[in-house]
Design a protein around this ligand. Structure first.
Ligand SMILES: Nc1ncnc2c1ncn2[C@@H]1O[C@H](COP(=O)(O)OP(=O)(O)OP(=O)(O)O)[C@@H](O)[C@H]1O
Ligand SMILES: [Mg+2]
Length: 268
């Protein structure tokens, strides 16, 4: 356990899809200010964990609590979880390709800024002010995560290279300074140079005070960004510790053996 206070406390998180136990009772604690890496072979339950934490998939059991909130996050709706300051990015980038950079990042601002229809009717000037505020928040996030993209916020996302799309997703998640960011395979499909750039981006986001759970297969990346790593296999946590500890752990090595894309061995 680290010296910092626990911010997110996951106990016995479980999810079955039919007969498949995608998550089989995961205990995991994220400390305030920490970057915690989550690794494991394909299909080990990493993305399912993020889906549970963001409410898009209903858990079969377990509890998830934030330090200062009594509610079990696993009972909440996605927008309620987002309001508590938890944001994510997706393994397969989810952006509106026909829309501009700014429009995509704005989604992050509106997610936290829920205006009811009656507020729109009663106070249109407030709505306009909120609109302007949302644009300001989105631009601020863009300048922070991707300064180069912030100079051309009207570019259409579909015309931009893959690495830029990843940055736009990160910017969208950063809008409004969430307390916790869940980042799913940010370096997937990136070349070594882009991978090291995205590692820098994540460390910069962490330095801004956000606590981060990051899934990634690339071990060099994980070793750079994460101060602690949890390893999943078949829905269970099989190891937890520093990079040095997990890379020599016999259970971890066995879990990767004989699998396609032996990333762990390749990183050594
Ligand atoms: N919506 C779903 N319906 C049915 N089965 C699912 C669903 N989502 C995930 N699974 C199954 O749950 C298991 C865990 O999947 P998950 O996507 O969490 O793995 P992962 O660790 O993220 O893998 P990868 O590294 O390939 O992204 C797999 O067996 C997968 O097929
Ligand atoms: Mg996944």
């Amino acid at each position: 356990m680290t010296a910092s206070a626990t911010l997110l406390d996951i106990r016995g998180a479980a999810k079955s899809f039919g007969g498949v136990r995608a998550l089989d009772g995961i205990d995991l604690q994220l400390a305030a200010g920490e970057v915690l890496g989550v690794i494991g072979p394909n299909g080990s339950g990493k993305t399912t964990l993020f889906n549970l934490l963001t409410g898009v998939v209903r858990a079969s059991g377990g509890t998830v609590r934030l330090a200062d909130s009594g509610a079990n996050l696993l009972d909440l709706k996605p927008w309620e979880i987002s309001t508590l300051g938890i944001a994510r990015t997706f393994q397969n980038i989810r952006l509106a390709l026909g829309q501009s950079v700014l429009q995509n990042v704005l989604v992050g601002a509106y997610r936290q800024n829920r205006t009811s229809w009656w507020q729109v009717l009663l106070t249109p000037q407030t709505v306009a002010a909120r609109e302007a505020q949302a644009v300001e928040k989105a631009m601020e996030a863009l300048r922070f995560v991707a300064p180069a993209l912030a100079t051309t916020p009207d570019r259409i996302v579909g015309e931009l290279p893959y690495a830029d799309r990843r940055r736009i997703e990160l910017a969208r998640a950063v809008v409004g300074d969430p307390r916790i960011m869940l980042i799913d395979e940010p370096a997937a499909g990136m070349n070594p140079h882009e991978t090291s750039e995205i590692a820098d981006d994540i460390l910069r986001i962490a330095a801004r005070g956000m606590s981060i759970l990051v899934i990634e297969h690339k071990m060099k990346f994980i070793a750079t960004v994460a101060s602690r790593i949890a390893v999943l296999n078949f829905g269970r946590k099989i190891a937890e510790g520093s990079y040095e500890q997990i890379r020599t752990d016999p259970n971890v090595l066995a879990s990767y053996l004989g699998r396609k894309g032996d990333h762990l061995a390749a990183a050594r």
